[in-house]
Design a protein. Structure first.
Length: 414
């Protein structure tokens, strides 16, 4: 019989790999088409309804691309749709949210030190917030439809700052920033599913029926696509943030997340301006560097860690099962001797100024809390300690595996 933890790890690996691959495809096509659109130029001899053209070279050949701002006179026989990259990215990302943060809510989603709520309540808040994100954004787009688009982006930024504060006062720091990324990614994917694709279907339907398509549908789709372009880089940053405690486990994590959105705007402004052949606004890089330095400075605030006085009463059902499993005392001693010099609130290892990945293993309660990680990293594999710098013996790894599996068996029997 396969070890359940190993099987679960591979399920997560498959979901994460799928998410990364589909995200690359979506982001790549999004960046390409925005750059293409900005680079279009009028030229002699273009079809009557054409908006602009672009010549490109790639892969040993030349491409001649023509864009019709509304639609061509007739529907072409072969039409490629760009939608599944977006849908697959969101679906695989939501799968990761379920696997890691919903099914592992006791460890990764709920932090009693932030807000003491039940797992079901946290999951309900998570789902409701994602739905709220789309409704709030879509409402803003409709309210400010005739306004300067900068006003709309400022209004959206205010919403994002508010959600940063909200998430960091409800979930663990790790979950808060990832949820802000999911909140934004849901808006982006819903733009494709709820606005861009339906509008394109209307245009296609008009062409098939012999009607002249209304230009407003293309303009609305272009607006939403442009928003997605500016939101992409912050989403990537927030999705990667869960690997870096300096981002999520600080007092100012909500402000760090907010400033990341500004960095996304400054970076994309430079690329979009350059692609539109309107100059090279190098000041955007200076501003981006200043924002990044401000974020780095904010990250030096005291990190949120499990207090030394933490005891087993706050571990939850799963944590208590690991703490009471046969062999736990031996494993706690092994971890204290082989791991805690680095995984401490104040690491003793030279060159480390914070615990790797924010994992603190100084007390038995903390060891029980990180049971699955310890099993995967130091029991089943030899990933930890890195290069076996603390000389963990195979017999000690075996003890870790026996303990974790005994806790799993106890859970099944219970």
């Amino acid at each position: 019989m396969y070890d359940a933890a190993v099987l679960w790890e591979w399920v997560e690996i498959a979901a994460r790999w799928t998410h990364v691959v589909t995200a690359i495809a979506w982001i790549g096509s999004s960046f390409y088409f925005i750059a293409l659109d900005l680079g279009l130029r009028k030229a002699e001899g273009m079809p009557a309804l054409a908006h602009g053209e672009e010549w490109q070279v790639h892969g040993g050949g030349f491409y001649h691309i023509t864009k019709y701002l509304v639609a061509p006179e007739r529907l072409p026989e072969h039409l490629t749709w760009f939608k599944w990259e977006s849908y697959a990215t969101w679906l695989s990302g939501f799968t990761m949210l379920i696997l890691v943060y919903y099914l592992g809510a006791e460890f990764y989603l709920v932090d009693p030190n932030v807000l003491d709520i039940q797992v079901w309540q946290a999951i309900a808040i998570s789902l409701a917030s994602l739905a709220f994100g789309w409704l709030a954004y879509d409402t803003l787009c409709k309210v400010f439809v005739k306004s300067n688009q900068t006003v709309l982006m400022v209004a959206l930024f205010v919403v994002l700052v508010g959600m940063s504060l909200f998430y960091t006062h409800v979930f663990s720091g790790r979950a808060a920033l990832l949820h802000l990324g999911a909140f934004t990614a849901t808006i982006m994917s819903a733009n494709v599913f709820m606005v861009i694709m339906p509008n394109q279907r209307i245009v296609v339907g008009d062409l098939k029926a012999g009607r002249t398509p209304d230009a407003k549908y293309g303009k609305i789709a272009k607006q939403r696509s442009t928003h997605n372009n500016y939101l992409t880089l912050p989403v990537l940053f927030l999705m990667l943030s869960n690997h870096y405690p300096l981002i999520f486990a600080t007092e100012w994590n909500w402000l760090i997340a907010s400033l990341v959105f500004l960095m996304g705007v400054t970076i994309r402004h430079w690329f979009n301006t350059k692609h539109a052949r309107k100059g090279n606004p190098h000041w955007t890089w200076a501003l981006t560097a200043a924002l990044f330095l401000a974020i780095a400075w904010l990250s030096t605030a005291p990190m949120r860690t499990i207090p030394p006085e933490e005891n087993q009463s706050s571990l939850g059902v799963q944590g208590l099962r690991y703490a009471s499993a046969p062999g736990f005392d031996q494993v706690a001693e092994i971890v204290a001797g082989r791991c805690s010099m680095c995984h401490a609130a104040e690491p003793a290892w030279e060159g480390l100024y914070w615990p790797p990945k924010g994992v603190v293993l100084e007390t038995p309660a903390q060891v029980a809390h990180e049971a699955r990680r310890i099993y995967m990293q130091a029991g089943l594999s030899h990933a930890m300690p890195p290069a076996n710098l603390s000389y963990m013996e195979q017999s000690e790894r075996d003890a870790i595996m026996r303990w974790f599996r005994a806790a799993g068996a106890a859970g099944i029997e219970g």
